[in-house]
Design a protein around this ligand. Structure first.
Ligand SMILES: [Zn+2]
Ligand SMILES: [Zn+2]
Length: 267
């Protein structure tokens, strides 16, 4: 069973890839199931006028066309990647209650109006300050809001960090990470493995293997795999290898979702 549960199409402001091309790429890569998870961030990224899927009816209608077209070949789920912004969580709640989605990723992309990908976010801070601010903010968000299914790219703070990456970096905030994982497990939420991390200088998926191991030891079972692809070339990126990594870490199932309900599938 191969899945890619983190895909951006032309409905995301930072992607120009059409859904049909993504479906074809998924089939070519041997994927069984995909989820479109276009961006719903109200204030990020700042350089774009439209920060998010602003016509959800059209978005869902377009996904439905491809669900019909590829029925029997490829299972296609309708999802969103929402940006967890502390001051706008009520707005997300209203949207998510209104639209019939299969799957929602909750990700932190900005804190206090500054994108975690911008140089300004790191200015004047040590690596430890950056990591701890990022995880404290994530913890606050998931305590305030739980209308998501998995947390996206859990150690995203390292993706754009200007600091030299060191293998023990994830230990800087392990106390906060443990609180986050406990909170997620308590609320029946999962985490994703974001394979874009393999292209980061750490050479490892997001989050770090130790965090994936820790989540399982704490009792966590809900894991999706996603490429975070914005272009067809990365659709299904390292999906097979990552599924094997999960087995090595002791996982027996991977999570898929339909109408916001988890369907665990044996791996
Ligand atoms: Zn993201
Ligand atoms: Zn994404």
């Amino acid at each position: 069973m191969l899945i890619d549960y983190h895909l951006h199409s032309q409905f995301s402001c930072d992607s120009h890839t059409n859904m049909e091309a993504i479906c074809q790429a998924a089939l070519n890569t041997g994927l069984n199931e995909i989820a479109f998870t276009d961006h719903m961030d109200f204030t990020w990224p700042h350089q774009y006028e439209n920060h998010y899927v602003h016509d959800l009816d059209n978005y869902l209608h377009t996904i439905a066309i491809f669900q019909d077209k590829y029925a029997g070949q490829l299972t296609i789920r309708a999802g969103l990647e929402i940006g967890l912004e502390k001051h706008r969580l009520n707005e997300y709640e209203k949207i998510l209650r209104k639209y019939p989605l299969d799957f929602v990723i909750g990700s932190v992309h900005e804190i206090g109006g500054i994108a975690v990908s911008q140089k300004a976010f790191f200015q004047g801070k040590t690596k430890a300050q950056v990591y701890r601010q990022y995880y404290s903010n994530l913890l606050e968000c998931i305590r305030m809001f739980d209308n998501f299914d998995v947390v996206g790219h859990l150690d995203y703070c390292k993706r754009y960090a200007p600091f030299c990456y060191e293998p023990g970096d994830h230990l800087i905030a392990m106390d906060l990470i443990t609180e986050i994982l406990d909170e997620l497990i308590k609320r029946g939420k999962g985490i994703e493995i974001n394979t874009s991390g393999y292209r980061h200088c750490s050479g490892m998926c997001l989050p770090h293997f130790d965090i994936l191991r820790h989540y399982r030891q704490l009792g966590g079972t809900r894991i999706t795999i996603g490429s975070d692809s914005h272009r067809t070339q990365y659709v299904g990126y390292k999906a097979a290898e990552t599924t094997d990594v999960l087995k090595v870490l002791g996982y027996t199932h991977i999570s898929t979702f339909s109408q916001r309900r988890e369907i665990p599938v044996e791996i």
